[in-house]
Write a protein that binds this ligand. Structure first.
Ligand code: KIV
Ligand code: NA
Length: 270
């Protein structure tokens, strides 16, 4: 299987219609990428790795180096999906030039095909700058976790008319600037639909609407690995429960000396 490309992802939405929704999940490690790759169109190396991998309180402290290291691992572990790497807080907001330097570093270090950045209209010139210089950009509007200190929390967006208008305006500005796809996160359904209908590029929903052109979730959340998850996460499994059960069995067998058994033990040739 040849790796999908950004233009092929973009072309999945034709004349406002996406026949088969785009499938995206987060991945942070090579093995995780291997397991997800064949089932996905895109793998997102999300800055959610701050909380999920590093136990940080938000995505604010995540660094370019963290994104580069995990991005490289995910590219090494995949051969089919388009790999998109999140630009971390502080690496792109001050100018298009700063964003280009950071994004070029990420693509060079990882081999990923595209970056994602948060923000709407204010980021449109940056999206244009990167795209016209060879770096495809995925946008991200609505609940943008890097803005938690401005938003005051992680609640759903688009409940007031002003907020709703801004989400649609932001999405349109990003697509005009050349974003190849746009994540819509934590947005009330009618506004997610309005934004999806307003842009010609695919929208990828998370806590948004089944009418988006694709869906993304944090893999650990949907696998049931992470303790606290937002309401919009469907837990497809209880991997945390499986790990706990398995580790309890291991601990018991070590303590009662039934592991290792003869099968796992080397003996000199007789
Ligand atoms: O960092 C992340 O995982 C994300 C997705 C949830 C969209 O940005
Ligand atoms: Na993110």
């Amino acid at each position: 299987m040849k790796r999908l490309t950004v233009p092929r992802i973009r072309a999945r939405k034709k004349d406002g219609v996406t026949e088969q929704p785009l499938v995206m999940l987060t991945a942070y490690t090579a093995r995780q990428a291997q397991l997800l790759d064949a089932h996905c169109d895109m793998l997102l190396v999300g800055d959610s790795l701050g909380q999920v991998i590093y136990g940080l309180p938000s995505t604010i402290p995540v660094t370019l180096e963290m994104m580069a290291n995990h991005g490289a691992a995910v590219v090494r572990g995949s051969y089919h999906s388009v790999v998109v790497v999140d630009m971390p807080f502080g690496s792109y907001e001050s100018s298009p030039e700063q964003a280009f330097e950071s994004a070029a570093y990420l693509l060079k270090q990882t081999g990923a095909a595209a970056v994602k950045l948060e923000g709407g209209e204010a980021m449109a010139p940056t999206v244009e700058f990167l795209n016209s210089r060879g770096i495809p950009v995925m946008g991200h509007v609505g609940l943008t976790p890097q803005a938690v200190n401005v938003l005051g929390g992680y609640m759903a967006r688009g409940r007031s008319d002003a907020e709703a208008d801004k989400i649609v305006t932001d999405a349109v500005a990003l697509e005009k600037a050349g974003a190849f796809a746009i994540v819509i996160e934590g947005v009330v359904e009618p506004i997610a639909i309005a934004a999806t209908e307003a842009v010609s590029c695919p929208t990828i929903g998370i806590g948004a609407s089944a009418r988006c052109d694709g869906q993304v979730l944090v893999t650990e959340d949907m696998l049931g690995m992470f303790e606290r998850v937002p309401r919009f996460v469907k837990k497809y499994d209880d991997i945390a429960g499986m790990i706990e059960k398995t580790v309890a069995t291991y601990a018991e067998e070590v303590r009662d000396r039934s592991f290792p058994s003869d099968e796992q033990t080397y003996q000199p040739k007789s």
